[in-house]
Design a protein around this ligand. Structure first.
Ligand code: NAP
Length: 484
Protein backbone atom coordinates (compact mmCIF):
# COMPACT_ATOMS: atom_id res chain seq x y z
CA UNK A 1 0.00 0.00 0.00
CA UNK A 2 1.19 3.54 -0.75
CA UNK A 3 2.73 5.06 2.38
CA UNK A 4 0.28 7.92 2.70
CA UNK A 5 -2.79 6.52 0.93
CA UNK A 6 -5.15 4.97 3.42
CA UNK A 7 -7.71 2.74 1.78
CA UNK A 8 -11.12 1.47 2.71
CA UNK A 9 -11.36 -1.98 4.28
CA UNK A 10 -14.01 -4.16 2.66
CA UNK A 11 -14.41 -7.95 2.87
CA UNK A 12 -10.99 -8.23 4.48
CA UNK A 13 -9.22 -6.33 1.66
CA UNK A 14 -7.80 -2.82 1.43
CA UNK A 15 -9.65 -1.15 -1.42
CA UNK A 16 -8.91 2.21 -3.07
CA UNK A 17 -11.75 4.73 -2.98
CA UNK A 18 -13.01 6.61 -6.00
CA UNK A 19 -10.89 9.54 -4.83
CA UNK A 20 -8.69 10.49 -1.91
CA UNK A 21 -9.02 13.34 0.53
CA UNK A 22 -6.31 15.06 2.61
CA UNK A 23 -6.64 14.81 6.40
CA UNK A 24 -5.46 18.22 7.64
CA UNK A 25 -4.08 19.13 11.09
CA UNK A 26 -6.22 21.98 12.55
CA UNK A 27 -3.26 23.20 14.65
CA UNK A 28 -1.18 23.69 11.49
CA UNK A 29 -2.99 23.45 8.19
CA UNK A 30 0.30 22.99 6.33
CA UNK A 31 0.57 19.57 7.97
CA UNK A 32 -1.30 16.84 6.08
CA UNK A 33 -1.75 13.74 8.24
CA UNK A 34 -2.30 11.59 5.16
CA UNK A 35 -4.45 10.94 2.12
CA UNK A 36 -7.60 8.94 2.86
CA UNK A 37 -9.94 7.14 0.50
CA UNK A 38 -13.39 8.48 -0.30
CA UNK A 39 -16.02 5.88 -1.19
CA UNK A 40 -19.01 6.37 -3.48
CA UNK A 41 -22.43 4.78 -3.05
CA UNK A 42 -21.42 1.72 -5.09
CA UNK A 43 -18.50 1.04 -2.78
CA UNK A 44 -20.74 1.49 0.26
CA UNK A 45 -23.06 -1.13 -1.22
CA UNK A 46 -20.11 -3.48 -1.69
CA UNK A 47 -19.28 -3.06 2.00
CA UNK A 48 -22.88 -3.83 2.98
CA UNK A 49 -22.75 -6.90 0.75
CA UNK A 50 -19.55 -8.03 2.48
CA UNK A 51 -21.06 -7.57 5.93
CA UNK A 52 -24.19 -9.41 4.84
CA UNK A 53 -22.11 -12.31 3.52
CA UNK A 54 -20.05 -12.50 6.72
CA UNK A 55 -23.05 -12.51 9.06
CA UNK A 56 -23.92 -16.23 8.92
CA UNK A 57 -20.41 -17.08 10.09
CA UNK A 58 -19.80 -14.28 12.61
CA UNK A 59 -23.24 -14.55 14.19
CA UNK A 60 -22.45 -18.12 15.24
CA UNK A 61 -18.82 -17.52 16.20
CA UNK A 62 -18.18 -18.78 19.71
CA UNK A 63 -18.11 -16.25 22.54
CA UNK A 64 -14.42 -17.11 22.86
CA UNK A 65 -13.70 -16.14 19.23
CA UNK A 66 -15.52 -12.84 19.69
CA UNK A 67 -13.85 -12.15 23.02
CA UNK A 68 -10.39 -12.94 21.60
CA UNK A 69 -10.81 -10.58 18.63
CA UNK A 70 -12.05 -7.71 20.80
CA UNK A 71 -9.40 -8.31 23.41
CA UNK A 72 -6.72 -8.22 20.69
CA UNK A 73 -8.01 -4.85 19.44
CA UNK A 74 -8.29 -3.40 22.95
CA UNK A 75 -4.83 -4.62 23.97
CA UNK A 76 -3.18 -3.15 20.89
CA UNK A 77 -4.94 0.20 21.29
CA UNK A 78 -3.76 0.34 24.90
CA UNK A 79 -0.20 -0.64 23.96
CA UNK A 80 -0.16 2.10 21.29
CA UNK A 81 -2.15 4.73 23.22
CA UNK A 82 0.63 7.34 23.04
CA UNK A 83 0.90 7.03 19.26
CA UNK A 84 -2.86 6.88 18.69
CA UNK A 85 -3.43 9.76 21.10
CA UNK A 86 -0.91 11.78 19.12
CA UNK A 87 -2.69 10.92 15.85
CA UNK A 88 -5.98 12.00 17.41
CA UNK A 89 -4.52 15.30 18.63
CA UNK A 90 -3.02 15.87 15.20
CA UNK A 91 -6.16 15.26 13.16
CA UNK A 92 -8.84 16.64 15.53
CA UNK A 93 -7.11 19.23 17.70
CA UNK A 94 -7.63 17.78 21.19
CA UNK A 95 -4.59 18.27 23.40
CA UNK A 96 -2.14 15.40 23.66
CA UNK A 97 -3.24 14.35 27.19
CA UNK A 98 -6.88 14.43 26.01
CA UNK A 99 -5.97 12.40 22.92
CA UNK A 100 -4.08 9.79 24.92
CA UNK A 101 -6.94 9.68 27.43
CA UNK A 102 -9.44 9.07 24.66
CA UNK A 103 -7.30 6.31 23.09
CA UNK A 104 -7.00 4.67 26.50
CA UNK A 105 -10.74 4.79 26.91
CA UNK A 106 -11.21 3.17 23.48
CA UNK A 107 -8.87 0.34 24.51
CA UNK A 108 -10.81 -0.20 27.73
CA UNK A 109 -14.09 -0.25 25.82
CA UNK A 110 -12.91 -3.06 23.53
CA UNK A 111 -11.70 -5.03 26.54
CA UNK A 112 -14.98 -4.46 28.40
CA UNK A 113 -16.97 -5.84 25.46
CA UNK A 114 -14.54 -8.76 25.10
CA UNK A 115 -15.80 -9.70 28.57
CA UNK A 116 -19.43 -9.01 27.66
CA UNK A 117 -19.15 -11.40 24.68
CA UNK A 118 -18.66 -14.17 27.23
CA UNK A 119 -21.54 -13.05 29.42
CA UNK A 120 -24.41 -12.97 26.93
CA UNK A 121 -26.99 -15.12 28.65
CA UNK A 122 -30.72 -15.59 28.53
CA UNK A 123 -33.60 -16.45 30.81
CA UNK A 124 -35.50 -19.66 31.36
CA UNK A 125 -38.98 -19.20 32.82
CA UNK A 126 -41.76 -21.63 33.59
CA UNK A 127 -44.74 -21.12 31.30
CA UNK A 128 -48.19 -20.34 32.67
CA UNK A 129 -49.19 -23.51 30.82
CA UNK A 130 -48.33 -26.94 32.24
CA UNK A 131 -45.48 -28.85 30.60
CA UNK A 132 -44.15 -25.80 28.79
CA UNK A 133 -41.06 -23.74 29.43
CA UNK A 134 -40.10 -20.37 28.01
CA UNK A 135 -36.60 -19.44 26.87
CA UNK A 136 -35.68 -15.82 26.31
CA UNK A 137 -32.49 -15.28 24.32
CA UNK A 138 -30.75 -12.42 22.55
CA UNK A 139 -29.62 -12.63 18.94
CA UNK A 140 -27.62 -10.19 16.82
CA UNK A 141 -29.49 -7.84 14.47
CA UNK A 142 -27.47 -8.53 11.31
CA UNK A 143 -25.68 -5.80 9.39
CA UNK A 144 -25.27 -2.60 11.39
CA UNK A 145 -24.22 0.74 9.89
CA UNK A 146 -22.18 2.83 12.29
CA UNK A 147 -21.93 6.55 11.54
CA UNK A 148 -19.78 8.71 13.80
CA UNK A 149 -18.95 12.41 14.31
CA UNK A 150 -15.54 14.08 14.31
CA UNK A 151 -15.31 15.15 17.94
CA UNK A 152 -14.43 11.76 19.54
CA UNK A 153 -12.65 10.07 16.63
CA UNK A 154 -11.60 6.92 18.50
CA UNK A 155 -13.89 6.58 21.53
CA UNK A 156 -17.24 6.84 19.73
CA UNK A 157 -16.30 4.32 17.01
CA UNK A 158 -15.05 2.03 19.81
CA UNK A 159 -18.24 2.27 21.86
CA UNK A 160 -20.32 1.33 18.82
CA UNK A 161 -18.08 -1.20 17.01
CA UNK A 162 -17.12 -3.18 20.12
CA UNK A 163 -20.67 -4.05 21.27
CA UNK A 164 -21.86 -4.57 17.68
CA UNK A 165 -19.19 -7.24 17.18
CA UNK A 166 -19.43 -8.64 20.71
CA UNK A 167 -23.08 -9.56 20.16
CA UNK A 168 -22.44 -11.06 16.69
CA UNK A 169 -23.37 -8.26 14.28
CA UNK A 170 -21.39 -7.37 11.16
CA UNK A 171 -20.43 -3.74 10.77
CA UNK A 172 -20.14 -1.11 8.07
CA UNK A 173 -18.38 1.82 9.72
CA UNK A 174 -18.37 5.35 8.32
CA UNK A 175 -16.34 7.89 10.28
CA UNK A 176 -16.71 11.66 9.89
CA UNK A 177 -14.86 12.97 6.89
CA UNK A 178 -12.71 15.27 9.06
CA UNK A 179 -11.15 12.45 11.12
CA UNK A 180 -10.45 9.33 9.06
CA UNK A 181 -7.07 8.70 10.73
CA UNK A 182 -8.22 7.10 13.99
CA UNK A 183 -10.94 5.19 12.11
CA UNK A 184 -8.40 3.75 9.72
CA UNK A 185 -6.13 2.81 12.64
CA UNK A 186 -8.97 0.88 14.31
CA UNK A 187 -9.70 -0.98 11.06
CA UNK A 188 -6.01 -1.76 10.57
CA UNK A 189 -5.74 -3.23 14.07
CA UNK A 190 -9.01 -5.13 13.59
CA UNK A 191 -7.71 -6.55 10.29
CA UNK A 192 -5.14 -8.54 12.31
CA UNK A 193 -7.47 -9.53 15.17
CA UNK A 194 -8.90 -12.77 13.81
CA UNK A 195 -12.24 -11.31 12.71
CA UNK A 196 -13.51 -13.08 9.58
CA UNK A 197 -13.45 -11.01 6.35
CA UNK A 198 -16.50 -8.77 6.15
CA UNK A 199 -17.28 -8.72 9.90
CA UNK A 200 -15.93 -5.16 10.09
CA UNK A 201 -15.82 -2.92 7.02
CA UNK A 202 -14.52 0.63 6.88
CA UNK A 203 -15.96 3.02 4.29
CA UNK A 204 -14.54 6.50 4.49
CA UNK A 205 -16.66 8.85 2.45
CA UNK A 206 -18.90 11.89 2.64
CA UNK A 207 -22.17 11.55 4.51
CA UNK A 208 -23.89 13.48 1.72
CA UNK A 209 -22.71 10.89 -0.81
CA UNK A 210 -22.88 7.52 0.96
CA UNK A 211 -25.11 8.21 3.98
CA UNK A 212 -28.38 7.38 2.25
CA UNK A 213 -26.98 4.04 1.07
CA UNK A 214 -25.70 3.12 4.52
CA UNK A 215 -29.11 3.82 6.01
CA UNK A 216 -31.49 2.90 3.20
CA UNK A 217 -30.09 -0.42 1.96
CA UNK A 218 -32.61 -3.13 2.90
CA UNK A 219 -29.80 -5.43 4.07
CA UNK A 220 -28.94 -3.00 6.88
CA UNK A 221 -30.82 -4.08 10.01
CA UNK A 222 -29.64 -1.33 12.35
CA UNK A 223 -28.11 2.15 12.28
CA UNK A 224 -26.17 3.59 15.20
CA UNK A 225 -25.53 7.29 14.70
CA UNK A 226 -23.86 10.03 16.69
CA UNK A 227 -23.83 13.54 15.30
CA UNK A 228 -26.02 16.58 14.85
CA UNK A 229 -29.77 16.76 15.39
CA UNK A 230 -30.39 17.62 11.74
CA UNK A 231 -28.53 14.57 10.38
CA UNK A 232 -30.09 12.38 13.08
CA UNK A 233 -33.60 13.38 12.01
CA UNK A 234 -32.80 12.65 8.40
CA UNK A 235 -31.49 9.21 9.31
CA UNK A 236 -34.56 8.46 11.46
CA UNK A 237 -36.83 9.35 8.57
CA UNK A 238 -34.95 7.05 6.18
CA UNK A 239 -35.04 4.21 8.71
CA UNK A 240 -38.82 4.32 9.08
CA UNK A 241 -39.79 5.03 5.47
CA UNK A 242 -37.65 2.37 3.81
CA UNK A 243 -39.54 0.71 0.98
CA UNK A 244 -37.86 -2.69 1.31
CA UNK A 245 -36.56 -4.71 4.23
CA UNK A 246 -38.90 -3.20 6.82
CA UNK A 247 -37.83 -0.42 9.14
CA UNK A 248 -34.25 -0.39 10.37
CA UNK A 249 -33.70 -0.26 14.11
CA UNK A 250 -31.96 3.02 14.95
CA UNK A 251 -30.17 4.69 17.79
CA UNK A 252 -29.36 8.41 17.68
CA UNK A 253 -27.05 10.37 19.97
CA UNK A 254 -27.23 14.04 19.06
CA UNK A 255 -26.60 17.47 20.48
CA UNK A 256 -26.52 18.97 23.93
CA UNK A 257 -27.05 22.36 25.59
CA UNK A 258 -25.93 21.21 28.99
CA UNK A 259 -26.48 23.30 32.12
CA UNK A 260 -24.11 23.50 35.06
CA UNK A 261 -26.00 24.94 38.03
CA UNK A 262 -23.84 26.73 40.60
CA UNK A 263 -25.63 27.29 43.91
CA UNK A 264 -24.87 29.91 46.56
CA UNK A 265 -23.45 27.26 48.91
CA UNK A 266 -21.05 25.85 46.28
CA UNK A 267 -17.33 25.60 46.89
CA UNK A 268 -16.12 28.37 44.54
CA UNK A 269 -12.96 26.58 43.41
CA UNK A 270 -14.93 23.42 42.58
CA UNK A 271 -17.50 25.48 40.67
CA UNK A 272 -14.86 27.24 38.57
CA UNK A 273 -12.97 24.02 37.86
CA UNK A 274 -16.16 22.25 36.79
CA UNK A 275 -17.19 25.18 34.60
CA UNK A 276 -13.82 25.58 32.87
CA UNK A 277 -13.32 21.85 32.39
CA UNK A 278 -16.84 21.29 31.21
CA UNK A 279 -17.16 24.31 28.96
CA UNK A 280 -13.74 24.74 27.40
CA UNK A 281 -11.67 21.55 27.48
CA UNK A 282 -11.59 19.66 24.19
CA UNK A 283 -12.22 23.18 22.78
CA UNK A 284 -15.84 22.93 23.97
CA UNK A 285 -16.47 20.46 21.16
CA UNK A 286 -18.25 17.89 23.30
CA UNK A 287 -21.91 16.99 23.20
CA UNK A 288 -21.75 17.08 27.02
CA UNK A 289 -20.05 20.51 27.22
CA UNK A 290 -21.37 22.92 29.88
CA UNK A 291 -22.57 25.67 27.59
CA UNK A 292 -25.04 27.15 30.11
CA UNK A 293 -23.67 28.17 33.51
CA UNK A 294 -26.70 28.89 35.68
CA UNK A 295 -25.59 30.73 38.79
CA UNK A 296 -27.61 31.85 41.82
CA UNK A 297 -27.60 35.44 43.10
CA UNK A 298 -25.22 35.46 46.06
CA UNK A 299 -22.34 33.62 44.40
CA UNK A 300 -22.86 35.07 40.90
CA UNK A 301 -20.38 37.97 40.94
CA UNK A 302 -17.63 36.04 42.76
CA UNK A 303 -18.08 33.14 40.37
CA UNK A 304 -17.93 35.32 37.25
CA UNK A 305 -14.81 37.10 38.49
CA UNK A 306 -13.00 33.81 39.21
CA UNK A 307 -14.24 32.21 35.98
CA UNK A 308 -13.03 35.11 33.84
CA UNK A 309 -9.61 35.09 35.56
CA UNK A 310 -9.23 31.34 35.10
CA UNK A 311 -10.40 31.48 31.47
CA UNK A 312 -7.90 34.22 30.64
CA UNK A 313 -5.08 32.10 32.11
CA UNK A 314 -5.71 29.14 29.79
CA UNK A 315 -3.04 28.40 27.19
CA UNK A 316 -4.46 28.14 23.68
CA UNK A 317 -1.96 26.66 21.27
CA UNK A 318 -0.94 23.72 19.09
CA UNK A 319 -2.75 20.64 20.41
CA UNK A 320 0.45 18.60 20.59
CA UNK A 321 2.59 21.23 22.31
CA UNK A 322 3.42 20.59 25.99
CA UNK A 323 1.54 23.00 28.23
CA UNK A 324 -1.39 23.64 25.89
CA UNK A 325 -4.73 23.65 27.73
CA UNK A 326 -7.00 24.18 24.75
CA UNK A 327 -6.24 23.16 21.17
CA UNK A 328 -7.69 24.68 18.01
CA UNK A 329 -11.25 24.50 16.74
CA UNK A 330 -11.61 21.58 14.33
CA UNK A 331 -11.93 23.57 11.08
CA UNK A 332 -12.73 26.91 9.50
CA UNK A 333 -16.45 26.19 9.21
CA UNK A 334 -16.81 25.38 12.91
CA UNK A 335 -14.74 28.44 13.85
CA UNK A 336 -17.02 30.66 11.76
CA UNK A 337 -20.04 29.12 13.46
CA UNK A 338 -18.56 29.87 16.90
CA UNK A 339 -17.86 33.52 15.94
CA UNK A 340 -21.32 33.89 14.42
CA UNK A 341 -23.00 32.73 17.64
CA UNK A 342 -20.82 35.13 19.65
CA UNK A 343 -22.02 37.98 17.42
CA UNK A 344 -25.65 36.87 17.79
CA UNK A 345 -25.30 36.65 21.58
CA UNK A 346 -23.99 40.21 21.75
CA UNK A 347 -26.76 41.48 19.50
CA UNK A 348 -29.23 39.80 21.86
CA UNK A 349 -27.74 41.68 24.84
CA UNK A 350 -25.07 39.39 26.29
CA UNK A 351 -21.67 40.81 27.29
CA UNK A 352 -18.45 39.20 26.14
CA UNK A 353 -16.53 39.13 29.44
CA UNK A 354 -13.54 37.11 28.22
CA UNK A 355 -12.12 35.59 25.04
CA UNK A 356 -14.05 34.98 21.87
CA UNK A 357 -11.26 36.18 19.60
CA UNK A 358 -9.63 34.43 16.72
CA UNK A 359 -5.91 34.41 17.47
CA UNK A 360 -2.69 33.62 15.63
CA UNK A 361 -0.21 31.09 16.88
CA UNK A 362 3.09 29.87 15.39
CA UNK A 363 1.37 28.14 12.49
CA UNK A 364 -1.79 28.64 10.43
CA UNK A 365 -4.58 27.04 12.47
CA UNK A 366 -8.10 27.59 13.80
CA UNK A 367 -7.43 29.20 17.18
CA UNK A 368 -10.19 30.79 19.26
CA UNK A 369 -9.84 32.03 22.82
CA UNK A 370 -12.51 30.50 25.12
CA UNK A 371 -15.42 32.88 25.53
CA UNK A 372 -17.42 33.78 28.63
CA UNK A 373 -20.73 35.50 27.93
CA UNK A 374 -22.33 37.26 30.90
CA UNK A 375 -25.76 38.93 31.23
CA UNK A 376 -27.08 36.06 29.15
CA UNK A 377 -30.64 34.82 29.41
CA UNK A 378 -31.97 31.37 28.79
CA UNK A 379 -34.14 32.69 25.95
CA UNK A 380 -31.21 33.83 23.81
CA UNK A 381 -30.39 31.73 20.75
CA UNK A 382 -26.90 31.23 22.17
CA UNK A 383 -28.51 29.56 25.19
CA UNK A 384 -30.88 27.36 23.21
CA UNK A 385 -28.92 26.23 20.15
CA UNK A 386 -25.82 24.10 20.24
CA UNK A 387 -22.74 26.18 19.34
CA UNK A 388 -20.25 23.33 19.70
CA UNK A 389 -17.29 25.52 20.53
CA UNK A 390 -15.49 27.02 23.56
CA UNK A 391 -18.36 29.35 24.47
CA UNK A 392 -20.15 29.46 27.84
CA UNK A 393 -23.10 31.67 28.77
CA UNK A 394 -23.54 32.73 32.40
CA UNK A 395 -27.23 32.95 33.28
CA UNK A 396 -28.28 34.48 36.59
CA UNK A 397 -30.93 32.73 38.70
CA UNK A 398 -32.73 33.96 41.84
CA UNK A 399 -32.54 30.70 43.77
CA UNK A 400 -32.34 26.95 43.47
CA UNK A 401 -35.91 26.55 42.20
CA UNK A 402 -35.40 29.03 39.40
CA UNK A 403 -31.99 27.52 38.56
CA UNK A 404 -33.51 24.04 38.24
CA UNK A 405 -36.35 25.37 36.08
CA UNK A 406 -33.87 27.15 33.79
CA UNK A 407 -31.66 24.05 33.58
CA UNK A 408 -34.66 22.00 32.44
CA UNK A 409 -35.96 24.68 30.07
CA UNK A 410 -34.10 23.41 27.01
CA UNK A 411 -34.95 21.40 23.93
CA UNK A 412 -31.97 19.18 24.82
CA UNK A 413 -31.45 16.81 27.74
CA UNK A 414 -28.07 15.10 27.61
CA UNK A 415 -26.06 15.99 30.73
CA UNK A 416 -26.92 18.28 33.65
CA UNK A 417 -24.71 19.28 36.56
CA UNK A 418 -24.97 20.96 39.94
CA UNK A 419 -22.27 22.35 42.21
CA UNK A 420 -23.42 22.51 45.81
CA UNK A 421 -22.45 21.49 49.34
CA UNK A 422 -26.07 20.76 50.20
CA UNK A 423 -27.00 17.10 50.24
CA UNK A 424 -30.64 18.09 50.02
CA UNK A 425 -30.14 20.19 46.88
CA UNK A 426 -27.95 17.52 45.27
CA UNK A 427 -30.52 14.81 45.93
CA UNK A 428 -33.37 16.95 44.59
CA UNK A 429 -31.39 17.91 41.49
CA UNK A 430 -30.45 14.29 40.74
CA UNK A 431 -34.10 13.33 40.83
CA UNK A 432 -35.50 16.32 38.94
CA UNK A 433 -32.92 17.21 36.27
CA UNK A 434 -34.40 16.33 32.87
CA UNK A 435 -31.28 14.74 31.43
CA UNK A 436 -29.87 11.31 30.72
CA UNK A 437 -26.82 11.99 32.90
CA UNK A 438 -26.54 14.04 36.08
CA UNK A 439 -23.30 15.25 37.64
CA UNK A 440 -22.88 16.44 41.23
CA UNK A 441 -19.77 18.53 41.90
CA UNK A 442 -18.32 17.29 38.61
CA UNK A 443 -18.14 18.77 35.11
CA UNK A 444 -21.06 17.88 32.81
CA UNK A 445 -18.51 16.28 30.45
CA UNK A 446 -16.35 13.29 31.33
CA UNK A 447 -18.00 9.90 31.74
CA UNK A 448 -17.03 6.30 32.50
CA UNK A 449 -16.91 3.66 29.78
CA UNK A 450 -18.72 0.82 31.60
CA UNK A 451 -22.05 2.51 32.40
CA UNK A 452 -24.88 3.77 30.18
CA UNK A 453 -24.48 6.96 28.17
CA UNK A 454 -27.26 8.94 26.52
CA UNK A 455 -29.82 11.66 26.88
CA UNK A 456 -33.46 12.70 26.70
CA UNK A 457 -35.58 15.07 24.61
CA UNK A 458 -33.92 16.19 21.35
CA UNK A 459 -30.52 14.89 22.47
CA UNK A 460 -31.07 11.17 21.96
CA UNK A 461 -33.36 8.53 20.60
CA UNK A 462 -33.34 4.81 21.24
CA UNK A 463 -31.59 2.59 23.74
CA UNK A 464 -28.58 3.80 25.72
CA UNK A 465 -25.03 3.21 24.56
CA UNK A 466 -22.12 1.72 26.53
CA UNK A 467 -21.90 -0.69 29.41
CA UNK A 468 -24.23 -3.67 29.54
CA UNK A 469 -27.08 -1.46 28.30
CA UNK A 470 -25.52 -1.56 24.81
CA UNK A 471 -27.09 -5.01 24.36
CA UNK A 472 -30.50 -3.35 24.08
CA UNK A 473 -29.62 -1.89 20.72
CA UNK A 474 -27.27 -4.49 19.27
CA UNK A 475 -29.46 -7.51 19.97
CA UNK A 476 -33.01 -8.55 19.31
CA UNK A 477 -34.92 -10.67 21.81
CA UNK A 478 -36.33 -14.09 20.95
CA UNK A 479 -38.94 -15.84 23.09
CA UNK A 480 -39.08 -19.61 22.51
CA UNK A 481 -41.84 -21.85 23.95
CA UNK A 482 -40.81 -25.45 24.48
CA UNK A 483 -43.38 -28.18 25.09
CA UNK A 484 -42.63 -31.46 26.80
P1 NAP B 1 -22.90 15.63 11.63
O1 NAP B 1 -22.58 16.68 10.66
O2 NAP B 1 -24.31 15.27 11.87
O3 NAP B 1 -22.09 14.33 11.14
C1 NAP B 1 -22.11 13.14 11.88
C2 NAP B 1 -21.86 11.98 10.92
O4 NAP B 1 -22.97 11.86 10.03
C3 NAP B 1 -20.63 12.18 10.03
O5 NAP B 1 -19.99 10.93 9.84
C4 NAP B 1 -21.25 12.68 8.75
O6 NAP B 1 -20.45 12.45 7.61
C5 NAP B 1 -22.51 11.84 8.70
N1 NAP B 1 -23.54 12.33 7.79
C6 NAP B 1 -23.69 13.58 7.27
N2 NAP B 1 -24.77 13.61 6.46
C7 NAP B 1 -25.30 12.36 6.46
C8 NAP B 1 -26.42 11.75 5.83
N3 NAP B 1 -27.21 12.44 5.02
N4 NAP B 1 -26.67 10.45 6.06
C9 NAP B 1 -25.88 9.73 6.88
N5 NAP B 1 -24.80 10.25 7.51
C10 NAP B 1 -24.52 11.55 7.31
O7 NAP B 1 -22.25 15.93 13.05
P2 NAP B 1 -20.73 16.39 13.34
O8 NAP B 1 -20.60 17.81 12.96
O9 NAP B 1 -19.75 15.40 12.81
O10 NAP B 1 -20.65 16.22 14.93
C11 NAP B 1 -21.06 17.21 15.80
C12 NAP B 1 -22.40 16.86 16.41
O11 NAP B 1 -22.32 15.58 17.04
C13 NAP B 1 -22.82 17.81 17.49
O12 NAP B 1 -24.17 18.14 17.33
C14 NAP B 1 -22.63 17.00 18.78
O13 NAP B 1 -23.42 17.39 19.85
C15 NAP B 1 -22.94 15.65 18.31
N6 NAP B 1 -22.39 14.64 19.23
C16 NAP B 1 -23.27 13.98 20.03
C17 NAP B 1 -22.81 13.04 20.94
C18 NAP B 1 -23.76 12.30 21.81
O14 NAP B 1 -23.42 11.20 22.22
N7 NAP B 1 -24.93 12.83 22.12
C19 NAP B 1 -21.44 12.78 21.02
C20 NAP B 1 -20.58 13.49 20.19
C21 NAP B 1 -21.08 14.42 19.28
P3 NAP B 1 -19.48 13.63 7.05
O15 NAP B 1 -18.46 13.88 8.07
O16 NAP B 1 -18.89 13.00 5.84
O17 NAP B 1 -20.36 14.79 6.76
Amino acid sequence: MHATEHRNFIAGEWVAGVRTHPNVNPSDTRDVVGEYALADAAQARTAIEAAHAAFPKWSVATPQQRADALDFIGSEILARKAELGDLLAREEGKTLPEGVGEATRAGHIFKFFAGEALRTGGELLPSVRPGVSVEITREPLGVVSIITPWNFPIAIPAWKIAPALAYGNCVVFKPAELVPGCAWAIAEIASRSGLPPGALNLVMGRGSQIGDTLVGDPRVAGVSFTGSVATGHRIAQSCVTRKEGGMAKFQLEMGGKNPLVVLDDADLATAVTCAVQGAFYSTGQRCTASSRLIVTERIHDRFVEALVAKTRSLVIDDARKAGTDIGPVVDERQLEQDLEYLAIARQEGATLAAGGERVERGAPGFYLTPAVLTHATNAMRSSREEIFGPVASVIRARDYDEALALANDSPMGLSSGVVTTSLKAAAHFKRNAQAGMVMVNLPTAGVDYHVPFGGRKASSFGPREQGRYAAEFYTTVKTAYVGA
